[in-house]
Design a protein around this ligand. Structure first.
Ligand SMILES: *[C@@H]1O[C@H](CO)[C@@H](O)[C@H](O)[C@H]1NC(C)=O
Ligand SMILES: *[C@@H]1O[C@H](CO)[C@@H](O)[C@H](O)[C@H]1NC(C)=O
Length: 242
């Protein structure tokens, strides 16, 4: 009887060592004891190039490249822009400037060079010019400064506590010139297209002010979808060591 029971427990231990107590998080995730800023900056920085590849086992998509939904804008002046097949690259090289974590609030400041490529159609007035375009788009934005504030909350699922992202807010600033390449801004008129493209690049600040927000907000939302899935899937005890 005793012996049978011991064999049973022995088997359980052997089976479990492979599975039952396995960590959910990838091996590169290292918690910061005490959640000190210095450790957070270092760990987040080291984690970024790995995290951006995605974590298929947790259903987390790639963040670099990031594949974007359609972005459809219709602006008050009547300008319609459709942006599709968007691919955003650059997040893997973001540089973390500061990170802090207190209670259930986290803050993260970082700089990135981001490139967006895709297809666009646009019809209507941009600044002072009338366009009717359909072509390829490439937007390069070096040196974007981002400041993210996250609020967490603990959620228990099947007896396991997860520290999930309840809310976030991201402020951003373009510290350097944003440049655009849009082919075919005027259907079938390359010389005019070239002139208007030059004009848009010279006035990049106004262009970004008028049209940048929906594009940037889509990118931020997709990125945070990945971050939210991460915290929703990995037990708190694997991430937070007070
Ligand atoms: C991952 O990407 C696919 C296709 O772009 C999308 O349908 C899905 O909702 C994304 N999953 C998550 C968890 O964001
Ligand atoms: C962005 O690109 C510039 C110029 O290529 C480079 O000097 C800078 O270090 C890059 N910044 C980041 C955050 O990768």
């Amino acid at each position: 009887m005793f012996r049978e029971r011991n064999i049973f427990i022995g088997c359980l231990i052997v089976l479990c060592s492979g599975n039952c107590f396995a960590k959910v998080s990838p091996d590169y995730i290292k918690p910061c004891p005490g959640l000190k800023s210095e450790c957070l900056v270092k760990n987040v920085q080291e984690t970024i190039p790995l995290f951006v590849k995605g974590i298929p086992s947790l259903g987390i998509n790639s963040t670099d490249p990031l594949y974007s939904d359609r972005v459809d804008l219709e602006l008050p002046g009547g300008l319609k822009i459709n942006f599709r097949d968007g691919v955003v690259t650059g997040f893997k090289k973001c540089v973390i400037e500061s990170a802090s974590y207190n209670d259930l609030d986290a803050q993260l400041a970082f700089r990135c060079n981001i490139t967006i490529k895709g297809k666009y159609t646009a019809a209507g007035r941009v600044l002072i010019v009338q366009i009717n375009g359909d072509g390829d788009a490439k937007i390069k934005s070096p040196n974007i400064h981002l400041n993210a504030k996250l609020k967490f909350e603990d959620v228990t699922r099947d007896g396991v506590v997860y520290r999930t992202v309840k809310d976030y807010k991201v402020d951003y600033k373009f510290l350097d010139r944003v440049s655009f390449v849009f082919t075919n801004l005027f259907k079938g008129e390359p010389a005019l297209s070239e002139t208007v493209l030059k004009f848009l690049n010279e006035n990049w600040k106004q262009v970004v002010d008028e049209f940048g927000k929906p594009v940037v907000e889509t990118i931020i939302r997709l990125t945070f979808d990945n971050i939210k899935t991460f915290f929703k899937s990995i037990p708190k005890e694997e991430l937070i060591v007070e």
